[in-house]
Design a protein around this ligand. Structure first.
Ligand code: PFF
Length: 451
């Protein structure tokens, strides 16, 4: 299908829906599950500061660049890059940037659905009252017994994968838009309620100083790389998701405004989730660096103690599932749109073919927490950790680097103005950031880690 036809068929109903969908993609497990645990593993405040700097100095500009490339290219990421390369008379090999993103999306989704499965399982457990008056030790045991059971993990992974395929196969309007319209505001309200709870418990102050009082002696080269990778992961950039979403965006909508909203909402949710989790950690003498299980070992304790905990707990895990779900949909969309516009597959066929492939890859992650928990693939990392590292810390930064290079060095000022419509002074600052600061920062962090 030619690009023009694809983009004519699929256009967001309005700017708000686009922002909600993009926020839906950005806000997910990355904010609620991953941000707290990697912050705990990397020492707190200094890590948070580097992450915030990465969001502002690299993430936001690359986000604007990626959406612009998508809208201008008007197709799936590899095809959009080909169109743009053609328009600017440069090498068609730029399509590989799109391919890198598609592969990263497939790999990320394969572990993402497994973790989302944990949240579904917790939703169910909360609903049946399992967390009532649960102690910290019992919560830790509860988590261990879930992840040590591969059949249970496989079951929930399958459920999430199936629902994702079904929604995605229905397409943009009837599938994605419907799911996200109500859930993003609901999630925010619930997080604020939990924030109120966090303020009332003893660990609140300690949680604030853990997150916001930087101790730079705890920062390593590796943790800077992780903070940068996470900035891309959490904003859903570097893999073509925002490019595809941008390709469905009408010319009359503002990319700058949308990008600022996306980054703001995403950062706010992560910080609020961090404060909630660490308040519970410090109130109950838990370990901040306890890894991927952190969210699941802490929140049930809070829900078990608070009045109305059954209701809030069930609602909370339900919303985590939906947040994960709107991100899952966006992780697979670059690949689907490519199968449709490059390989002329129907949306339905593309969704099922990719879904099966991702489901199979996900089995590796299912096993990483039990039978393969001592099988290492890369430098002492389990299958899950290896996938997470390669995608988040290598593929996404590389994707972002090349997006910045293409946007900053190949597009003309006229083309950029057409997409971004910024006042001249702002435009100059923006272009220099994308041209120099973003690529240099990514390169420095990479090279420093290699050395
Ligand atoms: N941003 C999502 C999160 O924070 O959970 C994950 C994600 C979605 C990453 C889509 C990349 C992407 F393209």
């Amino acid at each position: 299908m030619p690009a023009s036809e694809l983009s004519k068929k699929n256009i967001w109903s309005n700017q708000t829906i686009f922002i909600l969908a993009a926020v839906g993609s950005a806000v997910g497990l990355g904010n609620i599950w991953k941000f707290p645990y990697i912050t705990g593993e990397n020492g707190g405040g200094a890590f948070v500061l580097v992450y915030l700097a990465c969001v502002l100095l690299i993430g936001l500009p690359v986000l604007m660049a990626e959406i612009s490339l998508g809208r201008r290219g008007g197709a799936s990421p590899p095809e959009a890059m080909k169109n743009l390369a053609l328009e600017n008379k440069t090498s068609k090999l730029w399509w590989l940037l799109g391919l890198n993103g598609i592969l990263a999306g497939i790999l990320i989704l394969s572990f993402y659905t497994v973790i989302a499965g944990w949240a579904v399982s917790y939703f169910y457990d909360s609903f049946i009252g399992e967390f009532k008056n649960i102690s910290t030790t019992q919560a830790t045991e509860h988590f261990s017994s879930l992840v040590s059971n591969p059949m249970q993990l496989l079951f929930w992974h399958t459920v999430i994968m199936l629902v994702t395929i079904i929604v995605v196969s229905k397409g943009l309007k009837s599938g994605i838009e419907k799911v996200i319209t109500y859930m993003m505001p609901a999630l925010l309200v619930l997080l604020l309620i939990l924030f109120g709870y966090a303020m009332s418990i003893t660990g609140f102050g300690q949680s604030l100083s853990f997150l916001f009082a930087p101790d730079f002696s705890k920062l390593t080269g590796q943790s800077v790389l992780i903070a940068m990778g996470h900035a891309f992961f959490t904003l859903s950039i570097g893999l073509g998701t925002m490019m595809v979403y941008g390709s469905y965006l009408s010319k009359k909508h503002s990319i700058v405004k949308a990008s600022i909203w996306i980054s703001f909402a995403d950062t706010l949710v992560a910080l609020v989730a961090g404060v909630i989790v660490f308040s519970i950690v410090f109130s109950n003498g838990l370990e901040p660096s306890s890894g991927p299980g952190l969210l699941f070992k802490t929140l049930p304790v809070a829900f078990g103690q608070m009045t109305g905990g059954w209701f809030f707990g069930t609602l909370f895990f339900g919303l985590v599932v939906i947040a994960a779900f709107s991100s899952a949909i966006s992780l697979i969309e670059p690949a689907i749109s490519w199968f449709i516009d490059r390989w002329q597959m129907s949306r339905k066929k593309a969704s099922w073919a990719l879904g099966v492939l991702i489901w199979l890859t996900g089995i590796g992650t299912v096993l990483s927490f039990n039978q393969w928990d001592e099988v290492y693939f890369l430098d002492g990392k389990t299958f899950f950790e290896t996938l997470d590292f390669i995608t988040t810390n290598i593929m996404l930064p590389l994707g972002a680097l090349f997006i910045a290079i293409f946007f900053g060095w190949i597009l003309t000022k006229q083309q950029i103005t057409e997409e971004l419509n910024l006042p001249d002074k702002m435009l100059k600052i923006f272009i220099s950031t994308v041209k120099f600061i973003a690529p240099t920062a990514v390169l420095i962090v990479f090279v420093a880690n290699l050395i």
